[in-house]
Ligand binder design. Structure first.
Ligand code: SF4
Length: 433
């Protein structure tokens, strides 16, 4: 017989809006689960008093230094007895998802059963902001059994604390026509080779890799990753003329001009009378079938993805695909939010050697971060403190002017020594020509 529900007038309010409420889900679980009954009691108290009542502690599983987020209640009576005893321990297991977050429905059912069978609350978040599968709500005594069960199913704990964190890659080549590299392979190589830094936290602070197959950047790697790997291309946008014409027939000239041509941030797209099109090696052309053609000047395209997104299948990434690598993205901490800075404007990522190069670069950056960052300092803040030129020298990368758009207007980049680096880059370019 399940415990009687607490009164939850504040939580009930959250069910009244037009959208599905998490409260309804909690109530459903609470019908058969006393832990959820007491969780709702504690949550209702927080809504009344506007205070949170969870504190941390130390909970782990054998052989791992992280991956469990301990939560103990602070809501106790004067004798120290928890007011909501069934939810007095409500720990979270961070589980690494498969790359690209592909699951079969059978596996999802197995995971739900396994979580309940091992004493879990039944609450699972796919996926937390950290990218993990969050198994939320388990007592200390059941943590090891829950982990063992998921481990048997082939899952491993993710990262927590000052460690390499769980990585994310977009759904990628499996389902997306914009994908420019094998995201899942890149993720697995880099994470598997550095897994020790995930399970035994010993870095100055968290370190995240994220992998997006194209510049749409569906896993927000620019904003969130210490090292972001983003697919791109360096030749011309590919054109499927029939699909462009389908778009044109369905939407008309007004949408083509207002939604595609005028939204190009660099004015790289023009509408030209078909008999005046000047073909060149760097122009993509799609005849619209009414005497006009859509022309894209690829030298001026900044890969913003807008036109490709608006005409899906009609405009596609080029054939010469690869990745751009950025470092230092992060949310607010010591200094404000930072976007990643380009350290490798373009590299191919196809052969075993290419993937090994990526893996080595990742390891080098982690090592440099481990040795040079201050306590509780993210990579972006470390670079801000020591200067980008010093960071690049430290990880052995040659400075390349293509790393930034405007050397003299970008306040993030320290430009001391920049002129000399540009001169060196010009020499290298001439030598290679
Ligand atoms: Fe313009 Fe290139 Fe963006 Fe298309 S992807 S809108 S051509 S900048």
């Amino acid at each position: 017989m399940a415990k009687q529900m607490h009164d939850t007038p504040n939580l009930d309010e959250l069910e009244k809006g037009p959208w599905p409420s998490f409260v309804t889900g909690l109530k459903r679980l609470a019908k058969e689960n006393d832990m959820m009954v007491d969780l709702m009691g504690q949550l209702e108290t927080s809504y009344k008093t506007k205070f949170g009542y969870w504190k941390g502690g130390t909970v782990g599983v054998v052989g791992y230094g992280g991956g469990i987020i301990p939560r103990f209640t602070e809501l106790k009576n004067e004798k120290g007895v928890p007011l909501f005893p069934e939810a007095a321990e409500f720990h979270t297991l961070r589980i690494m998802p498969p790359a690209g977050m592909h699951y079969s429905s059978n596996l999802l059912r197995e995971m739900c059963d396994a979580w309940l069978e091992t004493g879990g609350s039944g609450l699972i978040a796919f996926h937390g902001q950290s990218g993990d599968i969050m198994l939320q709500g388990v007592k200390t005594e059941n943590v090891q059994a829950a982990f063992d069960k998921f481990n048997e199913m082939g899952f491993d704990l993710g990262g927590a604390g000052p460690a390499l964190r769980t990585s994310m890659s977009c759904v990628g080549a499996a389902r997306c026509e914009m994908s420019c590299f094998d995201e899942a392979r890149a993720l697995r190589i880099v994470i598997n080779n550095n897994i020790d830094d995930m399970h035994r936290p010993s870095l100055p602070y968290k370190f995240k890799f994220k992998f997006s197959g194209c510049p749409n950047d569906c896993v927000n790697s620019i904003q969130r990753a210490d090292m972001a790997v983003i697919g791109t291309w360096r030749d011309n946008i590919r054109v499927n003329e029939a699909r462009v014409q389908d778009y044109y027939k369905a939407h008309g000239m007004s949408d083509l001009v207002n939604d595609v041509i005028s939204k190009c941030p660099t004015k790289a797209i023009t509408l030209v009378s078909s008999d005046k099109v000047q073909a060149s090696d760097t122009t993509s052309v799609a005849a619209l079938g009414d005497g006009n053609s859509l022309c894209i000047d690829n030298k001026n395209c900044v890969r913003c993805m807008h036109c490709l997104n608006v005409i899906p299948g009609g405009l596609l990434p080029g054939n010469d695909k690869g990745v751009t690598i950025l470092v230092g993205g992060k949310r607010t901490l010591k200094i404000g939010d930072l976007m990643g800075t380009v350290v490798i404007p373009f590299m191919k990522l196809e052969s075993d050697e290419d993937f090994e190069k990526l893996n080595e670069l990742g390891r080098t950056i982690i090592d440099f971060f481990a040795e040079n960052a201050l306590e509780h300092e993210r990579t972006g803040e470390m670079i801000e403190r020591i200067g980008l030129v010093n960071f690049l020298e430290g990880i052995g990368l040659e400075v390349d002017p293509n790393m930034i758009n405007h050397p003299r207007t970008n306040p993030y980049v320290r430009t001391d020594g920049w002129d000399e680096e540009v001169a060196k880059w010009n020499e290298r370019k001439q030598a290679a020509a």
